[in-house]
Design a protein around this ligand. Structure first.
Ligand code: TRP
Length: 452
């Protein structure tokens, strides 16, 4: 068998893992979820959920991945041969592909908005009504969003075709630092907008009265989505991490980059939302509707800056979405390559095509197929709810239970401490969180989703 590829350095590991984590979840989803649950207070709950529940699951997936050095299915076969755990492996090959199908549609929106920014559509002589209505008009049309979705999926497949080192690692090492620079530039612009102060206050002054049970569930759901948990992406990337790398350091590095990026993105988006006088809880269209509106409005006062920031903004969303989407595709590709002996090229094209087809349905569900409902939801919303509310937490529980209760403590310690050479004192705490707090936390939220 061909030797499996490995990430080249610690920076490469963190860039790839943070690349998976930092995505549409941070820039598009976090600000609007935050807006729906009342700002600063939600942030505190979100940080707690990320560190106490999500991070331990991240470690659990890392342990399984690196211990086995295989894809999710192969890992289960190797570490628990002949048991029903293989179903957990199969489930977590399917779920990232489902997520990718609709994620790529939103990725496509960022492609479209980047093109629009590059042609100065938002910043040159467009009327206010045209700009703010553009989003709704665009996503409900038939061909344009499919074309953008196709372009996005082609780029994702292009990177994954290059392999772990020459594709994923190389791309992430450039994209990740670039993302941080771009988003800081955007924050600078956002904070200078007239009326932006209210947005900053919203993010730093907690209002605990809006924290209900739903908010806790939403915080945990967001933490899961944002750290790419429960669907085998972390597991698969960890299987490419060298034995001498420190898994706790790469996990903490990833979680901190992800939290930091989400916070910075909130400071880029919320002040603009307030400056535009838009309701922060207005839902998924928040980023795509608000920002073009602001760019348009500000283009009279600062034409060049507004045009540049608009390009930077949609480029940021696109690059962030790409590094995440490649991690979703890689899970299935690793499976076909490791278990079925398929060539990487064939595996990538096959899976990219399949998810693209499903994505077309998601895209059409905003327009021509909007009348088709599954359990009262459009196809896009249905897939999102199925994945975010059910498959991610389910996968997360299975992975922590596997590491906490099925694997031997000695093996887990060996993997997290690199044979007793690092993190030895931390291990007790991490193990406790993985074994008790994380699974209990998810189950409680799961049940509250069901019954509240
Ligand atoms: N974490 C990414 C984001 O915030 C999305 C993502 C990548 C993801 N891989 C995942 C979400 C796996 C859930 C599961 O946009």
């Amino acid at each position: 068998m061909k030797k499996r590829e490995r990430f080249g350095s610690r920076f490469a590991v963190i860039a790839a893992m943070a690349g998976s984590a930092v995505g549409l979840g941070n820039i598009w989803r976090f600000p609007y979820v935050l807006g729906q649950y009342g700002g600063a207070a939600f942030i505190l709950v979100y940080i707690a959920a990320s560190l106490l529940v999500a991070l331990p699951i991240f470690f659990a997936e890392s342990v399984i991945g690196r211990r086995s050095g295989r894809d999710t299915y192969g890992a289960m076969q190797l570490l628990a041969p002949g048991t029903a755990w293989k179903w957990a492996g199969l489930l977590t090959i399917l779920s990232p592909l489902l997520i990718l199908s609709y994620y790529s549609v939103v990725g496509g929106w960022s492609v479209e908005f980047l093109f629009k920014s590059l042609s100065f559509t938002f910043t040159e002589n467009a009327s206010e009504a045209e700009v703010s209505g553009y989003f709704g008009h665009f996503i409900s049309s038939t061909w344009q969003p499919i074309l953008s979705h196709t372009l996005f999926m082609t780029m994702v497949a292009g990177v994954v075709l290059g392999g772990v080192k020459n594709g994923i690692e190389r791309f992430s090492k450039v994209a990740m630092p670039l993302l941080f620079v771009l988003i800081l530039f955007i924050v600078g612009y956002s904070l200078t907008l007239p009326g932006s102060r209210a947005g900053v206050e919203y993010l730093v002054k907690p209002d605990f009265s809006r924290l209900n049970a739903d908010a806790y569930a939403a915080a945990l759901g967001q933490a899961f989505f944002s750290l790419s948990l429960g669907v085998g992406t972390v597991l698969t990337y960890a299987s490419y991490v060298k034995k001498e790398e420190n898994l706790v350091v790469s996990g903490v590095g990833t979680a901190v980059s992800d939290l930091l990026f989400a916070m910075i993105a909130a400071f880029a988006v919320m002040p603009a939302v307030f400056a535009a006088g838009i309701e922060p809880g207005s839902g998924p269209g928040l980023v795509f509707q608000t920002l073009p509106y602001i760019f348009n409005k500000m283009s009279q006062a600062m034409p060049i800056t507004s045009a540049l920031v608009s390009i930077a903004f949609f480029l940021t969303i696109l690059a962030a979405a790409l590094t995440s989407a490649i991690s979703m595709l890689e899970v299935g590709v690793a499976y076909l390559v490791d278990e079925k002996g398929m060539e990487r090229r064939k595996a990538t094209l096959l899976l990219a095509f399949g998810t693209w087809l499903l994505g077309v349905l998601c895209s059409l569900s905003f327009g021509p197929l909007a009348h088709i409902k599954l359990l009262g939801l459009s196809f896009f919303d249905f897939l999102d709810a199925l994945c975010s509310n059910w498959l991610l937490p389910l996968g997360g529980v299975l992975f922590t239970l596997f590491v906490g209760w099925r694997m031997s403590k000695a093996d887990v310690r060996d993997e997290l401490t690199n044979g007793g050479t690092c993190n030895v004192r931390l291990f007790g705490l991490v193990y406790f969180l993985m074994r008790y707090l994380a699974p209990i936390g998810i189950v409680v939220v799961f049940l509250s989703n069901l019954f509240l």
